[in-house]
Design a protein around this ligand. Structure first.
Ligand code: GDP
Ligand code: IMO
Ligand code: MG
Length: 435
């Protein structure tokens, strides 16, 4: 008899660029192999698109495993939850025939709540900054994380207890209202204006709220767990293009802190990267293309934000950005998405380093002043004309496409585990089974 325990790999999936790499599609696909999917940071600034049987679903808060029956989806403690949006998303998912059992969705009682004043502060601050604005999604993400760290936040566990929620809300409004009025020139909130609707949201959400770290501990030896990142490495509050970043750690290390499991539980980290680069919002983007090639990528790749609808800035693949992602996330594998979008271009460019004041930088500079002065150094490679969306094996790819893939792999020193050639669940070339 073989008494060795069965290996239950737990994998983290994160974005390797500035978000929108196709994480949602990849997490949905990988969910076929797992039992639990956990979101560990960010909030409804995320927009994760899943295309299954021709039907498109965009998820902002609920983990991208939700279209698989019986899989537990967890909104971890590291996520900031807008209760109104969360309920809307639950209703939409249910109306589409998913989440038949309420026990399949769990929300951490430690997760912080996005309240109306967070959203108003976010929007007013951006307005005040004018041209220097970050270009946030306006969803209140930054102000909510600020309150968490300042120890004045309201958590899901507070929201579902009406008396506690009332007490906490009164305390917080006493500070927020003068700030809103006097500093930001905005309108203050009345207590009832927030309390009445939010106490009801709390009641409706209470069936999902629990200690999700405890749940994960109970199942971790028996079940496979997928940790779903939001945003991307270059938007990380420490390692991104600060201050043009989001307000959470988007890198793999936060999967543990944001879900309440130890690092010993993790067996692999998969980075997701587009075959080119995009960015939404302000901030440096060395390989950005403000020409007809950039326009072509936006059109072919349908590069419009899944959350705000804003056109995404487009540019060539940047290996400096990706090398940085390999390092700070400890990537064990990479998925390359949207390779199909590059078909039809005669020549492609890959950025291998940055030219700065006469020297070549191979690593991401920490200062955006330096990054703003960097010029990308490109290697030009041959493109391909053939459409790729029907191809399912590496060998059937055009030779130039194969070379493009191998060049990236070699430059990064990390294995490509999959190539995505279309938005649908089945439009992939699997190179290695990570489970
Ligand atoms: P996420 O935030 O990382 O989950 O990515 P988004 O969903 O915001 O953006 C990725 C977009 O690309 C979505 O519209 C996906 O449906 C689409 N997509 C994902 N993979 C592919 C692919 O391989 N090819 C094409 N053409 N589209 C893809
Ligand atoms: P997914 O998970 C792309 C960007 C915003 C802005 C900056 C800060 O879909 O990849 P925030 O509202 O977070 O304070 O905005 O971060 N941003 C994203 N860009 N994809 C995302 O998520 C993003 N979430 C936030 O555009 O530049
Ligand atoms: Mg997105």
């Amino acid at each position: 008899m073989n008494c060795a325990p069965t290996f239950m790999p737990n994998i983290i999936v994160i974005g390797a660029q500035w978000g929108d790499e196709g994480k949602g599609k990849i997490v949905d696909l990988f969910t076929e192999e797992v039992d639990v999917v956990v979101r560990f940071q960010g909030g409804n600034n995320a927009g994760h698109t899943l295309v299954v049987d021709g039907r498109k679903t965009v998820l902002h808060l609920i983990p991208s495993g939700i279209l698989h029956r019986g899989v537990k989806c967890i909104i971890g403690n590291g996520v900031v939850v807008d209760p109104e949006i969360c309920l809307q998303e639950i209703d939409e998912i249910k109306a589409a025939g998913y989440l038949k059992n309420d026990r399949d969705l769990l929300i951490s009682e430690h997760a912080h709540v996005i309240l109306p004043y967070h959203k108003r502060i976010d929007v007013l601050r951006e307005q005040r900054m004018g041209a220097g604005k970050i270009g946030t999604t306006g969803r209140g993400i930054g102000p909510t994380y600020e309150d968490k760290v300042a120890r004045v936040g309201i958590r899901m566990g507070d929201l579902i207890r009406p008396e506690l929620f009332a007490k906490r809300l009164r305390e917080v409004l006493a500070e927020k209202n003068p700030y809103l009025e006097k500093i930001l020139g905005g309108t203050p909130f009345g207590f009832d204006e927030i309390y009445e609707s939010y106490v009801n949201y709390g009641k409706r959400l209470s069936c999902y709220v629990q200690d999700t770290s405890l749940y994960l501990q109970q199942v971790i030896k028996k079940k496979k767990i997928l940790f779903e990142g939001a945003q991307g490495t270059s938007l990380d509050v420490d390692y991104g293009t600060y201050p043009f970043v989001t307000s959470s750690n988007t890198i793999s290390g936060n999967a543990c802190a944001g879900s309440g499991v130890g690092p010993t539980a993790i067996d692999g980290v998969i980075g997701v990267s587009k075959a080119y680069t995009t960015r939404v919002g302000s901030g440096p983007f060395p390989t950005e293309l403000n020409d007809e090639v950039g326009e072509r990528l936006r059109k072919q790749g349908a590069e419009f934000g899944a959350t705000t609808g804003r056109p995404r800035r487009c540019g060539w693949l940047d290996l400096v950005v990706l090398r940085h992602a390999v390092r700070v996330n400890g990537l064990t594998g990479l998925v390359l998405t949207k390779l199909d979008v590059l078909s039809g271009l005669d020549r492609l460019k890959i950025c291998t380093g940055y030219r700065w004041k006469g020297s070549i930088l191979k690593e991401m500079p920490s200062s955006i002043e330096v990054l703003n002065e960097c010029e990308p150094v490109y290697q030009e490679v041959k493109g391909w004309q053939e459409p790729l969306s029907g191809i399912r094996s590496f060998k059937k790819l055009p030779v130039a496409t194969q070379k493009y893939i191998r060049k990236i792999e070699l430059a990064l020193g990390v294995k490509l585990v999959m190539v995505s050639v279309g938005p649908s669940r089945d439009e992939n070339i699997v190179l290695k089974n990570i489970f």
